[in-house]
Design a binder for this molecule. Structure first.
Ligand SMILES: Nc1ncnc2c1ncn2[C@@H]1O[C@H](COP(=O)(O)OP(=O)(O)OP(=O)(O)O)[C@@H](O)[C@H]1O
Length: 344
């Protein structure tokens, strides 16, 4: 086994009664990776995490962790840690006692216990808060206690279910960096669930995009952001102009349209971010039906024979008026080339 196959899900099928939530999932996660499970509500992220943690039994398939088959290992015997979105701290225990709790259950006492707790608190930057109760901490600090409590158990894999979703915007940014730092310093393999693509792109070494119980794409943040393979992923990461191809032509709601360039041979679809649309020049025309100012850029919604098109340009350029007609192009050279178009 190489480190690249530290955690393996092999043909893992997860069901609730007769309903299959995740059919035959195959996934390899490397040792020390920080992986995001990204997808819309109901795609099976939590179900997958629950199975890895041992909180639900797979209907078939296997989970291998560090060469050991843990498919039927009870949750409390797995070297897997869990951090939930609600911090689930004991309110009557102080920070130190919360972090020490699991270690004490394992029979660790005395100096060894103290060393581990101090080390855990240091890792998450909370040494000074050891005697505070959870209620005397901010949401971000409580989340860090929760993280320390899991880390001190030295899990082989740490699972985090929407770890930042309860935090306000500023703390979320702070905790993103903090989580990344703790993960890189400790080298623990971490999988976190999120439905927020910005969070996944910012934090993860690798992103697993899920849809309807299956994996739609696995890749680095750069792969996912720049080279989405399907219409779903493209749309999810902000390519707001997504089309299927019919031969070399673009399929639109009213028929097919010739492009100014030849699409790549294997492409089943093409996608453009609003910023990739050429405005003011090109073979197509659209009427401005909406504008929105976003600081550095201005976005236009165009009513066109191709359907609605979103285009973006520098906000320092003079604004176009609502209702005016603009020429535009969808340059093939800039487009993401999609190898699958499921819903178009
Ligand atoms: N306890 C349950 N009983 C029956 N079906 C369930 C149960 N929990 C989840 N499901 C179904 O399994 C599928 C996957 O759900 P899951 O909770 O894993 O999605 P998710 O991606 O984590 O969604 P969210 O982001 O909303 O938490 C969904 O179709 C859901 O309705």
């Amino acid at each position: 086994m190489s480190d690249a196959r530290f955690l393996c899900l092999e043909k893992l099928t997860l069901s609730y009664g007769k309903n299959v939530a995740v059919p035959e999932m195959n996934l390899d996660i490397g040792k020390g990776e920080l992986v995001a499970l990204l997808g819309p509500s109901g795609c099976g992220k939590t179900t997958t995490m629950r199975a890895i943690a041992g909180l639900m039994e797979p209907s078939s398939g296997a989970i291998i962790l560090d060469r050991v088959d843990i498919t039927r290992t009870p949750a409390n015997k797995r070297p897997v840690g869990l951090v939930f979105q609600s911090y689930a701290l004991f309110p009557h225990l102080n920070v130190y006692e919360n972090v020490a709790f699991g270690l004490k259950l394992m029979g660790i006492r005395g100096k060894k216990l103290d060393d581990k707790v101090q080390e855990g608190l240091r890792t998450v930057g909370l040494s000074k808060f050891a005697t505070r109760k959870p209620a005397e901490l901010s949401g971000g600090q409580q989340q860090r206690v929760s993280l320390a409590r899991s880390m001190v158990m030295e899990p082989k894999v740490l699972l985090l279910d929407e770890p930042l979703s309860n935090l306000d915007a500023r703390l979320r940014l702070e905790m993103r960096t903090e989580l990344q730092r703790v993960q890189k310093e400790s080298g623990v393999t971490m999988i976190f669930v999120t439905h927020d693509q910005v969070e996944a792109l910012a934090m993860a070494d690798r992103i697993i995009v899920m849809l309807d119980g299956h994996i739609e794409q696995i890749g680095t943040p750069e792969d996912i952001y720049n080279r989405p393979v399907s219409d779903f992923v493209a749309d999810f990461v902000g390519f707001e102009n997504v089309f299927a191809l019919e031969g070399r032509k673009l399929k639109t709601p009213t028929g097919t349209v010739e492009l100014s360039d030849t699409p790549p041979r294997d492409a089943k679809g093409l996608a453009w971010r609003p910023s990739m649309v050429t405005l003011g020049d090109g073979p197509f025309e659209g009427t401005i039906r909406g504008t929105s100012f976003a600081g550095g850029t201005r976005e236009y919604l165009l009513d066109t024979p191709l359907g609605p098109i979103k285009a973006e340009c520098d906000a320092s350029l003079p604004a176009h008026e609502f209702g005016s007609v603009l020429k535009f192009d969808l340059p093939v050279t800039k487009a993401a080339s999609l190898s699958r178009v499921g819903s178009l």
